[in-house]
Structure formats: C-alpha cells, structure tokens
Design a protein around this ligand. Sequence first.
Ligand SMILES: O=C(O)C1=C[C@@H](OP(=O)(O)O)[C@@H](O)[C@H](O)C1
Ligand SMILES: C=C(OP(=O)(O)O)C(=O)O
Length: 407
Amino acid sequence: MKLKLHQKEPHLDGDIAITGSKSESNRLLLLQALFGNFKIKNLSNSHDSQVMQKALASKEKEVDIHHAGTAMRFLTAYFAAFEGRETILTGSSRMQERPIGLLVDALRELGADITYQNNEGYAPLLIKGKKLTKSTVSLAANVSSQYISALMMVGASLPGGIEINLIGQITSVPYIEMTRSLLTQLGIESSFEGQQIKIKPAGAINVSEMVVESDWSSASYYYSLAALCDTAKLKISSYKKDSLQGDSVLAELYQKLGVKTTFEGHAVLLEKVDQPKPKRVEFDLANSPDIAQTIAVTCYGLGIACDLYGLHTLKIKETDRLEALKAELTKLGAHISVTDKSLHLEGSTNFQSDVTIKTYQDHRMAMAFAPFGLRASILFEDAEVVNKSYPDFWEDLHTLGFKINEV
Ligand SMILES: O=C(O)C1=C[C@@H](OP(=O)(O)O)[C@@H](O)[C@H](O)C1
Ligand SMILES: C=C(OP(=O)(O)O)C(=O)O
C-alpha cells in the first residue's frame, strides 16, 4: 500500500492513546508462559506481540515469528529449554539475515541442542528442547542486548538460575535493566554488577496482574511532530515518569529540539517551546537505538546539523538503518554521511516535495519520516510496515488532522 501524506500547517493539538510497549509486552508474554498466570494489562497491539502470543500458544513444529527480533531471540532460548518439544523456529527473509549465533553458542554452552537449517549463525533453527543442565555462560555483549534478556528470563526457569558473564562493551543497557525490573516485580532476584549478571531461580510467583506502560519508541514520532510545529499541544498516554523504557530519554533529548514535556497523571503533554535553535546537536544513542531515525529526520526538518553516535546495532535491525536513512534523507535534499556506527547530517532546508520514501520492511523508516509532512507532502511505499510496532499509526495521524490517501 502506497500512501500520500499531504503537507499540513505546522500546528497540532490533540490527544493520542498509544498501546503498551512491545518490549515490555513480549517479555511479559514469555514470563507468563514460563511462570504463571498473571494477567497483562495494556498489552501492545503490535504485530510483533501478536506473533509472540501465537508462537507461545502454537503446537506446530514450525513456528514463524516474521520480523519480530524480540520473539526470535526470546523464543530461541524458550524452546531450547522446553523439554521434549522439537521446534523449527523461523522468520522473514530479513530475520534470516539477522545474526543469532552468539545466543545459540551461549545456549549450547548451557547444554542446548540447536542446529542451523540453512546458514550457520542464522535462522531457521532446529531446536530440540531439553533440560539445560549448566548455569554459567559467557557471551559478547556488544551485538544485541536481546540475547542477554533471553538468557536472563529463561535462566530464571533453570534449577540453578543463571550466571551470565558479559564480554566487551554492553549495548542497549536499558533493555537489560527492563528485563531485570520485570523479573524483580515478579519476585525473582537478580544482580547486575560490572560485566556479570546473576539470576536466581524463580520461586512461586504471587503476582496477579502486570500493567504495561505505553510504548516510548512510538511516542518518539509525536516528539518529532511537536518539534517540527510552530505551535503544538499533544497529549499522549499512558506513561509514567520512572519508566522501564530507555527511549523515555526522549523527554530530555527533545528539550534541545524545542519540545517541553510535562507529566499530567498518566498522560504526557508535549508542547512546542519558542526558543533559539541550536546550529548543531550531538547525541550518543547506544542506549536508545530505536529513536535514531526519528531524531535524524527531526533535525533535518529543523535545519539543525546533527552527529549521532552509538549506532553500531543499526545495521542488523529490520534493515540496515544507517544506509536506509542516508538514501532516503538524501532524496529529501539532505547532506548526510554515515559510518558503521554514526550518522552526520548538515543543517540545510533544501526540502524536496512529493518524494517517495522507501520503507525497507522497516516500520521505523515509515514512522520516522512521517513528521516531515509538516514541511512538504511526502509518499510512503509499503506503508503497512507500521504494523510491526504501531498498527494505528496512520489513523492516529489522521485524527491529528493530516490528510492521508492511498495512491
Ligand atoms: O530487548 C528489546 O526489547 C529490544 C532491544 C533493542 O535491540 P538490541 O539490543 O538488539 O539493540 C531494541 O533495538 C529493540 O527494538 C527491542
Ligand atoms: C529493532 C526493533 O525491533 P526488533 O529487534 O525486536 O525486531 C525495533 O522495533 O526498532
């Protein structure tokens, strides 16, 4: 589906309800399958959470998790420890290019029986579930924190718990902390000191309900919209000040880009502030990689130069996000260069109109570029990609007054 988003006057006023964080939801779905009967409130309506639910309920040998990175990584560990279940875990063609070897090696160290069906280091995997007998493991920590979260959650179900020794720089740390906090809320003890994580085996879980905070990565598109407006008053819900999600750093980062954040109960009010624009900004996003695309497009729309660092994981996400950003921002008129871990954009306002953005099967390519509709009309190929994390995205933009039509 190709969509045209027509240029809109840069004034926004409205309320948007966003569903639960897909990261928290997919963790809680796994923890629910492992440990018990608690209810999950405000579950994400993302496709990634739907495939996670379906996979956990499946009795089939082949389980297809499509594009969902968390589902792929969490379920590899889950099925490896599922005694007697034989599973072929597969995903989309892109998922078959996203590395899983470090996690498979770690699980094999614990005693797992996993073999590659096609290419060494990549899905599809044949997983012969068995009792994992060991409880100490080590792995490189600079590729994906999802491997570590997977080991932590499944590790809590092992009789001896798990001790994870992390090698090298640890990436996406808030996601590891999120996993730990959810385990703590379920009464599972853990420690994370230096390069070592220890998880105690879970006891009886006496929690009847877990409430998911709404998704901060999805909130990033409203931060970008507010920043690109002359006047904006956007209320998004349901959020809390002490979030488990690292992307809540948006409130701090967007201050520099002219957005004021006020917590009003469970809602967050985003307002455009009339302040001098910086010429150049610099951010390290190693702890919040999913908002890199949003920030790059905001800066371009504001005519602010930016240097974004800590982007070493972007090449192995839904697409190579660094190359995709470079290609699509260049089409809009930007001067941009990328390395394998950083992005550098010059401040210019040479905006091109009616450009068609390729989305590369990456939800965030569509959503991050949408706020540019406050600068010029813009078109999106395969606009339905947003379903991966935020199926209501285009409808929500429509309620804010954007004219959107299929072309
Ligand atoms: O654990 C999680 O829920 C996630 C961790 C991050 O991945 P990496 O740790 O691979 O950077 C993030 O990009 C992804 O969207 C969700
Ligand atoms: C990278 C992402 O997801 P995943 O790795 O879970 O596919 C994302 O949502 O931006």
